[in-house]
Design a protein around this ligand. Structure first.
Ligand code: PMP
Length: 388
């Protein structure tokens, strides 16, 4: 990349794909391709089986109780839009409250703003401290009997903060609220057991978990999903259509209108196999070591300020260097073959809280190395000499 070996440190935005995922997609399109569900021929039956196998893999991966609690979407954004629309329609009334946090991604802010506006409900925000940790001291004033939904990020994409979601889930349930966990940044780092967490909904994207783009997941408790109205309508999600009335399909198909991303879902199954073989605990350990190493190394650079210094962090390192705009930092690092994200990371309110335009973000996956962090360290020192 630009005459150097590529150092890919943008894994929080998306991960690179293992060969097994690429080969699975290629094989499916090359020799096994057909549309799924409702068919009399073997090719389509086999494709259906493969698609549904991924649903089982996801169920096992997050320990859901029932395979029909797994709904395929286009990604986390799509999952959150589905939930806000459907739950909004099903249960939000004037005067109700929805709670999010100050470190949410725009995908977990905007859909709730729209529902609140529509329904004359109120959006409340759990504040954070200067380390980028949730302030839970006055949480009983934020999550109250008026709260109907708490939608909260598990791990912040901008700060790396790991939130105490188990505690928040218990608190919200004690007030009768449902809890949605935005796991876009946790599914690839942490072992997840949705039954143990007891969350009502849990959403993530395949592409951050070494799978293809255009595929996401909603886990939802069956008794809730059954009561919720569909989001998109059309083929596949129906039981019976007449011009007078339509009845809807059973779970999970009620929420999967139209032809889905069949090859993407099947490729995602291969990604889950790949991750399961390595072991998420192993991945977590390697990434924690990389984060510690990067933190220890980069903080040696004079004038470098880490944004997000929570006690409990995942492998995201956001930083600024005094006197250098993050965009200049990222652009210059690119000349050294380093791929890093710069900007507000779709968390503008969080950037406003820190009173900064954005950050430079290095995010690590288990395939990164300490040598790559050394390259980043050297590049930042050179850039600092040039621009600082
Ligand atoms: N939430 C968080 C915490 C994220 O990091 C992201 C992706 N940056 C999203 C939601 C949205 O995910 P997607 O773009 O895959 O829909």
């Amino acid at each position: 990349m630009n005459g150097k070996d590529l150092v890919f440190l943008d894994n929080a935005a998306s991960t690179q794909k293992p060969k097994s995922v690429l080969e699975r997609i290629n094989n499916f399109y090359s020799s096994q391709y057909a549309n799924i569900h409702r068919s009399a021929y073997t090719l389509a039956e086999n494709a259906t089986q493969e698609y549904e196998n991924t649903r089982k893999k996801v169920q096992n991966f997050i320990n859901a109780n029932d395979v029909n609690e797994i709904i395929f979407t286009k990604g986390t954004t799509d999952s959150l839009n589905l939930l806000s629309y459907s739950l909004g329609k099903y249960m939000i009334k004037e005067g109700d409250e929805i709670v999010i946090s100050a470190m949410e991604h725009h995908a977990n802010i905007v859909p709730w703003q729209i529902i609140c506006e529509d329904k004359k409900a109120k959006l409340k925000v759990i504040p954070i401290n200067s380390n980028g940790e949730l302030i839970l001291d006055n949480i009983n004033e934020i999550i109250t009997e008026k709260t109907k939904i708490v939608s909260i990020v598990h791990i912040s994409n901008s700060l790396g903060t790991i939130n105490p979601i188990k505690e928040i889930i218990e608190l919200a349930h004690s007030q009768g609220a449902y809890v949605i966990i935005d796991a876009a940044q946790s599914i690839q780092h942490k072992k997840i057991d949705v039954q143990e967490l007891d969350c009502d909904f849990f959403v993530f994207s395949a592409h951050k978990l070494y799978g293809p783009t255009g595929v996401g997941v909603i886990y939802g408790k069956k008794e809730l999903l059954e009561k919720m109205p569909p989001y998109q309508t059309g083929g596949e999600m129906i039981a019976k259509v007449t011009f007078e009335k339509t009845t809807f399909n059973v779970l999970p198909y009620k929420f999967e209108a139209g032809t889905p991303n069949i090859a993407g879902v099947i490729g995602f199954g291969a990604a889950i196999d790949y991750i399961s073989k390595i072991g998420i605990d192993v991945i977590d350990k390697v990434e924690s070591e990389l984060l510690d190493y990067a933190h220890q190394k980069l903080t040696q650079i004079e004038g470098l300020r880490v944004i997000g210094t929570a006690k409990n962090k995942a492998s995201v390192l956001s930083f600024l260097i005094d006197g250098i705009h993050p965009t200049d930092l990222g652009t210059m690092a690119n000349a050294y073959g380093i791929a890093m994200r710069v900007g507000h990371h779709c968390t503008q309110p969080l950037m406003d809280f820190f009173e900064i335009p954005g950050t430079c973000r290095a995010s690590f996956a288990f395939y990164n190395t300490k040598e790559e962090i050394d390259i980043l360290f050297d590049a930042l020192n050179r850039i600092k000499k040039l621009l600082g």
